[in-house]
Each structure stands twice: as structure tokens, then as C-alpha cells.
Design a protein around this ligand. Structure first.
Ligand code: MRU
Length: 359
């Protein structure tokens, strides 16, 4: 059975509360936009694609529950305000912002159409939100396929050893995953020897979530602390590093989970190919460089406490940026999207047409 971060059917949305994993698997109901905003902010659901999917489906659920007879103008206002609000839940991942922009354009267009009624407007918007689920899984499988083939074509061994950071799997997406999707594809092709996954401090997405997914799929894997990355690269025959992205900008600079930057520096030193795997919905060609990306800072408690128990000395100051920027120069092997594997410096050209024609 595959892991599901999101369970949706018309009018009903549940998320697997990722704060409780791996001890407990609890699906909690998301009855509408406000509940989704809180679940995203509190990281009960996280990962750039999953954030956008849950945000948009929460709007679909709330629209579906609106009583018949609501005026079209009221539905339009509600949809536009909800989308603008959802974007404020977490600032770094671009997927929610891009989905909100796309849906807001659609809403504005539908609002102007004299032949669309309140009911047909509601139906068409819900269908558009629902389409995100299937598209994300389809894109992830393409990413997995492109990435796996590229890694194999450059490897000088029959089976490869991959290092990854944070969680980019079924739990962070509609299913399959991005960087973890590449790992799943390598495993399915019989070309994966082993995976090293980092603990990913301070929130432990690697130890709690990626380790959970790898064990679930029976993929041979070993957990390491973030501080062991260079040592692992020196000692463990790592073939390639594959990580995800929260936002890839026009020049190829990439925001991803804090610690990615130092993994990329270590990979360059050890001449290990470094890949970023992300759907084009995580790409933001409106920004020129990584310096323009807003980095979310999380509560200090995530760093000072462990499982609800304080471990840091009382009185110490805390800095807790949730993401860092890996400059394109360190993404040595390429950026893997659903369209192929791109040289980071040519990403803008490669994606410009495709992103204009819609996702
Ligand atoms: O803070 P998180 O857990 O939402 O951060 C997640 C990451 O950084 C992932 O690598 C990224 O969102 C890609 S998930 C497919």
C-alpha cells in the first residue's frame, strides 16, 4: 500500500498529520481554508507540492459545502480572498503562490463570463483544484524516470548509491515524490544499491519521514546525522546527491531545506554529482537570483526542544532559518523536472515556453 499525505474525495479532505509520524498515523480532517492554513503553518502537512495541493483542495472542499443558491459574486470574492490568504501560510515554497496565481486568473476570467452561473463556476473551480492531484503524481513519475536514467548513464557502476536530504517523497507530494521519486525509480529499475538519508535537523524530516518511507518501501537505506555528510561522501562510495526544491529561480539558484547548501559544497569537494529534482510548479522564473527568495524563519523551539523536552541551555539565543539557497554553480549535475534534466544556467530557456502554456 502506498503512503498518502492527502486523502481527498469530493467534499472531504484529510491529511496524514506529519507531526505525529512515525509513532502514529493519524488522518485529520481539513474542513476548509482556515484549517488548511493552520495545518500548513504548523507543518502537519509540509513539502512544497503537498502544501499547494492541500491549500487548493481545502478551497474545493469549502466551496463544495457552500449551500446551493449562493451568489456567483460571493463565491468569486471568497475564492480570491482564500487564495490570497493561503499564500501567506509559508513564504519560501513557491508552489502555493503559483497555484493561487493560476486559480485567481481562472476565477477572474470565469467571473467575467456571462454564461457561467454560480453552480457552473463552483464546479469548474473545484475540478481545477482536483486536477492538481493527478498532475503532481504524473510529474513526479516523469521526474523519477528522467533522473534515474540520467544518473545511470553517468555512473560507472551497475548499481548506484544515493544521498538525499529532507523529505521529498509521497509525504511531501500527492504521491511518489521528487528526489525520493528518483530513488524509487532507480529501485524499480534494479539499479539502486543503497540510500543515505540525512536526519535533517532541526525538524528531522529525514529521520522521521524519509526513513519511514524508505523502510515502508523496503529500500536499503541508512540514516546519518547532517554532520556526517562529508564523512559519508569520503567513505561510502556515494554516486550522486539528489535533493528537492522549494523554489528554483531563473538563474538556477535553488531554495531547499536548511542544510542543502552545505551538502552541495561537500559534494563539489568530493566531485559527486549534485542534482535538484523538482516539478516546474516549484520554479519561479519571475525572480532572477536566489538572493531575492524570502527565507522563512521558524520558532526557536524547533531547535531548543526535542520531542517536547528542552535540550538547549536556557537563555541561549536561537536562529532558525528553515531553508537555504544553493547557488546554481553548485548544482553540478542538473535540475530534474518533468520535462527532463536541465543545465541550471539554461533552465529559464528550457522552461519558459512550457510554463507559459500552463502546467
Ligand atoms: O519545511 P519543509 O519540510 O516543508 O521543507 C521541505 C523541503 O525542503 C523539500 O525538500 C521541498 O519542499 C521539496 S518536497 C517535494
Amino acid at each position: 500500500m502506498s503512503l498518502e499525505a492527502v486523502r481527498y474525495r469530493r467534499g472531504s479532505l484529510h491529511i496524514l498529520n506529519q507531526r505525529l509520524l512515525p509513532e502514529r498515523s493519524v488522518y485529520q480532517e481539513i474542513p476548509g481554508v482556515e484549517a488548511a492554513w493552520r495545518a500548513i503553518r504548523e507543518m502537519q502537512v509540509r513539502g512544497a507540492p503537498a502544501i499547494a495541493i492541500v491549500g487548493c483542495l481545502s478551497l474545493a472542499v469549502e466551496l463544495d459545502r457552500r449551500e446551493e443558491g449562493a451568489a456567483k459574486d460571493d463565491l468569486v470574492t471568497f475564492a480570491l480572498e482564500s487564495l490570497a490568504y493561503l499564500v501567506t501560510s509559508r513564504p519560501t515554497a513557491v508552489n502555493m503562490a503559483r497555484a493561487a496565481q493560476d486559480l485567481s486568473d481562472f476565477v477572474s476570467h470565469e467571473a467575467e463570463r456571462p454564461d457561467s452561473t454560480a453552480e457552473s463556476f463552483k464546479e469548474s473551480l473545484i475540478v481545477r483544484c482536483e486536477a492538481m492531484l493527478e498532475k503532481d503524481i504524473r510529474d513526479n513519475k516523469s521526474i523519477g524516470d528522467h533522473g534515474a536514467k540520467h544518473i545511470i548513464s553517468r555512473a560507472n557502476t551497475d548499481k548506484v548509491i544515493i544521498l538525499t536530504h529532507c523529505n521529498t517523497g509521497s509525504l511531501a507530494t500527492a504521491g511518489y515524490g521528487t528526489a525520493l521519486g528518483v530513488i524509487r525509480s532507480l529501485w524499480a529499475m534494479g539499479r539502486l544499491e543503497h540510500v543515505y538519508c540525512t536526519e535533517t535537523r532541526p525538524y528531522n524530516q529525514g529521520a522521521r519521514l524519509t526513513a519511514y518511507e524508505l523502510v515502508h518501501d523496503k529500500i536499503p537505506a541508512t540514516l546519518i546525522a547532517d554532520s556526517m555528510v562529508s564523512m559519508a561522501m569520503k567513505e561510502k562510495r556515494i554516486s550522486a546527491v539528489v535533493v528537492g526544491a522549494d523554489r528554483v529561480v531563473a538563474n538556477g539558484d535553488t531554495a531547499n531545506k536548511i542544510g542543502t547548501y552545505q551538502v552541495a559544497i561537500a559534494a563539489l569537494h568530493h566531485r559527486i554529482p549534485f542534482y535538484v529534482a523538482a516539478p516546474s510548479s516549484s520554479c519561479d522564473l519571475t525572480l532572477d537570483s536566489g538572493e531575492q527568495i524570502v527565507i522563512e524563519e521558524r520558532p526557536g523551539k524547533e531547535l531548543t526542544d526535542f520531542n517536547g523536552t528542552r535540550v538547549a541551555a536556557p537563555g541561549i539565543g536561537v536562529w532558525n532559518p528553515a531553508f537555504d539557497i544553493t547557488p546554481h554553480s553548485l548544482i553540478t549535475a542538473g535540475i530534474i523536472t518533468e520535462f527532463g534534466v536541465h543545465d541550471p544556467r539554461k533552465l529559464q530557456k528550457a522552461l519558459a515556453d512550457k510554463m507559459q502554456t500552463g502546467t
